[in-house]
Design a protein around this ligand. Structure first.
Ligand code: NAP
Length: 274
């Protein structure tokens, strides 16, 4: 009898992670048998934890907050999208080489365009935040050729760093939250961690254009503070990042096992079983 392939998600903290459940749902759907565990790994234990997972026969890893930049530095080989973002959320071994990819951007795009039916081309997009998640999503969003992308962050210098890093792919401007007053956007993406404290960034009124949408990367059992903000501002659609979570996981599964699970049904099941 063969032992099932072993995968894991490393993060700190990790107890809240839905990844083990999502990957087991994928495996069931595809008739695969896998082991997928969640492991709390503080940053200073990351390298040892990866090596010991490999020594135990582990096949692939997901990395979440705050390990994505460490994973980027540890990888021997990188996909072009990981290279561009400077962050890795998926690792696997190719022979003896550790390969790093970033599936966050493609996961978000699939949720926005395929699942929610939104178009990004020629749209005005506001991105709130300038952390690790924004590094992963900026490249794929820019490639959709929106008419405008503004990055607004509490610490302006971090937004400016990103504008420099990604500026060769399209026009990006930066601002702090207050100076957004008077602007309007077709899509506002919240990639700040403010929701973890039950807050939204301090945003002026009137940012959502007529027919505009709001998308929060954060997700939870209840509507997030930003999802509620979007609803109160009259957004046509205001939704959380559960779909992105499932889509980025499906891309990791594809990378590891060569088959992409069907995601729509799984997103629906997760929404109904909160
Ligand atoms: P991060 O690297 O720690 O960055 C956090 C960002 O949030 C920074 O821009 C920070 O601003 C800002 N911020 C923190 N507290 C704030 C507050 N009270 N008010 C305004 N801004 C605040 O985190 P990350 O990895 O980018 O993750 C951001 C969010 O995306 C998290 O909620 C994470 O769970 C979510 N995420 C979801 C998915 C998914 O699949 N759905 C994937 C990746 C990430 P400063 O620069 O000023 O500190």
């Amino acid at each position: 009898m063969t032992t099932p392939d072993h995968y894991a998600v490393f993060g700190h903290p990790i107890a809240h992670s839905k990844s083990p459940r999502i990957h087991q749902m994928f495996a069931r759907q595809l008739g695969d048998e896998i082991i997928y565990t969640a492991q709390d790994v503080p940053p200073d234990c990351f390298v040892v934890a990866v090596r010991s997972f490999q020594a135990g026969g582990g096949k692939g890893l997901n990395c979440t907050v705050p390990l994505k930049e460490l994973a980027f530095r540890l990888a021997d080989q990188l996909s072009s999208r990981a290279e561009l973002s400077g962050a890795v959320n998926t690792l696997m071994w190719r022979e003896t080489q550790l390969f790093g990819d970033n599936t966050d951007g493609v996961g978000l795009l699939r949720d926005l365009t395929t699942n929610l039916g939104l178009t990004l081309k020629q749209r005005r997009i506001l991105i709130l935040g300038a952390g690790g998640a924004v590094r992963g999503i900026l490249g794929p969003i820019l490639m959709q050729q929106p008419s405008q992308i503004v990055i607004a962050n509490r610490t302006l210098s971090r937004a400016e760093e990103l504008a420099q890093r990604f500026g060769h792919l399209g026009r990006l401007s930066t601002t702090n939250f207050i100076n957004l007053a008077g602007s309007q956007f077709d899509l506002i993406i919240n990639a700040t961690a403010a929701g973890l404290k039950g807050e939204t960034p301090p945003l002026p009124e009137g940012l959502v254009a007529a027919g505009g949408c709001c998308y929060d990367l954060m997700y939870g059992d209840q509507p997030t503070p930003f999802v509620r903000w979007g609803e109160a501002q009259g957004a046509k659609l205001s939704t959380d990042g559960l779909g992105m979570l499932v889509e980025q996981a499906a891309e990791a599964y594809l990378l590891w096992r060569g088959t992409r699970p069907e995601t729509k049904e799984i997103i629906t099941q997760l929404r109904h079983s909160k």
